[in-house]
Design a protein around this ligand. Structure first.
Ligand SMILES: *[C@@H]1O[C@H](CO)[C@@H](O)[C@H](O)[C@H]1NC(C)=O
Ligand SMILES: *[C@@H]1O[C@H](CO)[C@@H](O)[C@H](O)[C@H]1NC(C)=O
Ligand SMILES: *[C@@H]1O[C@H](CO)[C@@H](O)[C@H](O)[C@H]1NC(C)=O
Length: 167
């Protein structure tokens, strides 16, 4: 059994690198979006009058391409994930800032003009890893629902860049 035991970690590593080839090839991103004051309130669905909402701020600070927008879902009886499953726009449509919020992560996307003829769309995703327990908890339980929050700066390096169309 000895040879098998020593071969096991190598096999596991080989599997891991096969499963995530994009991670190995990743280069530092030149474009980074910044999210601040993220708060998503999920209403307790067993309560008739409880409503959910979501707010956060996005900034793109590249010189000449600066943009800032608030992403907002005002109080609603609908599920937040259902509302933001497809990209939802933030702020003025011309800024072309949008996001997608799922059970596991947040994606921030923006389109911008490279020069007179080319328009690019870039997006970055961060996993949320929400935790209710322990000292680093970021989910708080309220009588009418749960608050998922992150006040500190949250960086979204662009990992997907493709040609796009202006709004
Ligand atoms: C979201 O809902 C919570 C709970 O009802 C409320 O305290 C908060 O002010 C709401 N936020 C916004 C931006 O509407
Ligand atoms: C615009 O930028 C794209 C991508 O960098 C480049 O291929 C194209 O030649 C540029 N066009 C002009 C007119 O500078
Ligand atoms: C929530 O808290 C956990 C544990 O502290 C942390 O790993 C995770 O990154 C946090 N999520 C966000 C969106 O800040």
């Amino acid at each position: 059994m000895k040879p098998l035991r020593t071969a096991l970690p190598t096999l596991l590593l080989a599997n891991l690198s096969l499963a995530a080839p994009h991670m190995r090839r990743q280069t530092p991103s030149a474009v980074i979006f910044t999210v601040t004051n993220f708060a998503a309130f999920f209403a307790d669905t067993t309560l008739e009058d409880a409503q959910s909402n979501l707010t956060f701020h996005v900034a793109d600070t590249r010189p000449g391409l600066e943009a800032e927008a608030d992403c907002v879902i005002p109080n609603t009886y609908f599920n937040l994930y259902a509302i933001s499953a497809l990209f939802d726009y933030c702020g003025a449509r011309a800024l072309d800032v949008s996001y997608r919020f799922t059970e596991t992560g947040l994606t921030v996307r923006r389109g911008w003009s490279v020069n007179g003829t080319t328009y690019m769309t870039g997006s970055g995703t961060q996993d949320t890893y929400w935790t209710e327990e322990g000292p680093g908890a970021n989910v708080t339980v309220h009588p009418n629902g749960k608050l998922y929050a992150r006040k500190e700066e949250w960086l979204f390096p662009v990992t997907r860049l493709q040609p796009g169309t202006p709004p």
